[in-house]
Design a protein around this ligand. Sequence first.
Ligand code: ANZ
Ligand code: ZN
Length: 787
Amino acid sequence: MPKYNPSNIEKKWQNFWQAERLFESADKSKKQKKYILVEFPYPSGDGLHVGHIRPYVAIDIVGRYHRALGYEVMLPFGWDAFGLPAENYAIKNKIKPQIATEKNIANFKRQLQSIGASFDWSREVNTTDPQYYKWTQWIFLQFFKAGLAYEAVAPINWCPKDKTGLANEEVIDGRCERCGTLVEKRNMRQWFLKITAYAEKLIEGLTDLSWPDAIKIQQENWIGKSRGAEIDFKIGTNEQKNKVTVYTTRPDTLLGATYLVLAPEHPLISELNSEIKNWSEVQKYINDAGAKSDIQRSSLEKEKTGVQMKGVFALHPVTGQELPVWIADYVLVSYGTGAIMAVPAHDQRDFEFAKKYQLPIIEVIDAGGKLTNSGEFDGLTADSAKNEITKKFGRPKVQYRLRDWLFSRQRYWGEPIPLVHCPKCGIVPVPEKDLPVILPDIENYEPTGTGDSPLAAIDSWVNVKCPECGAAAKRETNTMPQWAGSSWYYLRYCDPNNSKQFAAQQKLKHWLPVDLYFGGMEHTTLHLLYSRFWNLFLYDQGLVPVSEPYARRQPHGSVLGPDGEKMSKSRGNVINPDNVIKEYGADSLRMYEMFLGPYEQAAAWNPQGIIGVRRFLDRVWNFVSENSSSKKQNSTKAETEINRLIKKITDDINAAKFNTAVAALMQSFNKISAEQVSKELLQKFVIVLAPFAPHISEELWQVLGHKKPVVFERWPEFDPAKLQSKTVQFVIQVNGRFRGNLELPKDSDQHTVETEAKKLQTVSNAFSGAEVKKVIFVPNRLINLVC
Ligand code: ANZ
Ligand code: ZN
């Protein structure tokens, strides 16, 4: 038998699997289905590093394991190729995105095949393929027809570097999620998807999902349900006409409201301008506030600023007192009603503001939680006062922090929004038969920064006839965000080549929901939320059979560079799997990826660490080859060990504890290889090794005399009776003094133990011929011979 040399065997098996199409899943299989999904990547120009590969190895292990259990496994893969990363790469390298994307995909695919990933390539999807985005556009039109896609001029998040609008979800701590640039506000015409209509369903749907709590809580907080009340205050001199409505979660503190605050963008301000005595001061304040982001404005640490609208007063609905009205940027126009009643005695931000501007502070809740200074409500608990005051002076109101999804981008590399602007008919959807609206091949695809996408400059594309009346009309030139294609790709995998529908109902029924979804924590309030929204909508339209797409979610920790820092080109700490495979082989790479540490946690790549894994595989290779025609029986220890190993690996894969599974393989192998083993035991060992190290396992399976590949083998069962060791150690004493240990079958009776003990040299020495007078026997523990 030659030495283990991965480069001699890995390509061979990859080609075999591919040629035999072993991993293509059948829609009509009699087996139970298992749909296992991993988030599809952006095919960036840099290729995959070892961090990207970790989830692909994990999902491959889970997929191979379930095939061995007898499931019809769907393990699809595809490319999320629209959007900024692909486009920025193309601009930087002066290659058209279409061409760069194709090249990058080929490289990614080569890398994935080189790790032996068992994806079903017959289901490959690519979001930039017109046959794919035809249906992305079609789904958008369903939103439009249902009134859930709308156009509006609104102050939006604008990334000055990427030169595009961003959704709230793409702004992380005030910065662009992609490039980290501070986000600005811009007033622009935009397209929105009404995700807020699904706020409640998005919260409710979480209940039955077996997702980690941390993810559920993060989504719930992002949606941010709040219960409170709306209360009206009359305002200005024309009291008949003008009122301001505030949103409060503390209606019980109404009598403590000593002034009102409006957001700088509140529409009432300009309506009142003739009454405002310090109009120019007010205007200046409003202009300054416009430049700040919401995050900057609502930061708790920030010193509060504001300006009073002199000459304008609001009337307190209970006391009729005149209250001053201020404008301050800590009140956001996008939340609640954009106006608050300020209760400085009970709200920290109001308190700081009142101190700074010397506004009155009235305490209305005493130390015992009862109302005070509140007239007829004095003595009520805060809870009952909330109800009473809401009933008398306001209306109950549920409020969500979630905002509608800003869905248009001023960039080239995205799905064109399939709408036409007609001077007579208004906004007209492109008829279904004319889909897809193809993204034109153009020369200048760099972002303009003017708020128009580069498409706006292509007259031949923009100018069309109105689909309804035939008049000269113009195409919508905004494109969709990178999150569009990924919002429904798991549906397309069920029926990737359908040209009549986005997917056939019966196939969706067969495969959905996704049983297990691997993906990153960073997508919790982006892709994971968006795709649940699309799915809920399509479910309501009767177009998908399940309301929730992902039954179980498995997050992963990232792989850090050897320096413990995030892998990045600029740090020079990126580990390329191509090099690792060249040096150690794909199986060592796979096992080391899993061995790094708990799957959910970040772990640093240790270039030395993989050597241990490689040595393990060398030893497995030699031991199995040497014993491949073993006629021996298993020793009791070996028998126990293999049963324990099978149980451990089974449990660990089910719980996504891949690192302890690899450790168990190594430890068990050490024990087994010191014992007498049967060929049958080696076969079991190879079958449970196969999901982790599939290439060496195929090769050894052949060495063990099999013609069919190991991927067809059933997962071995363990014998629960054999999990316990069958022998125990007895302590042997003479007259209460320790004389040695004896390993004997479990539950040996007193006579057997006594006979064996007497054979010991140390025991007969201690007797020196005397008779045994008494025996103390503790089953499975001890025997004490007294003479
Ligand atoms: C009076 C009050 C008294 C308040 C008190 C709080 C404590 P959540 O839980 O996040 O919904 N608020 C309302 N709209 C706002 C806006 N557009 N910008 C900034 N703040 C706003 O918080 C609701 C509370 O936040 C509301 O209840 C309001 O202040 C403030 F002791 O009203 B409260
Ligand atoms: Zn028209």
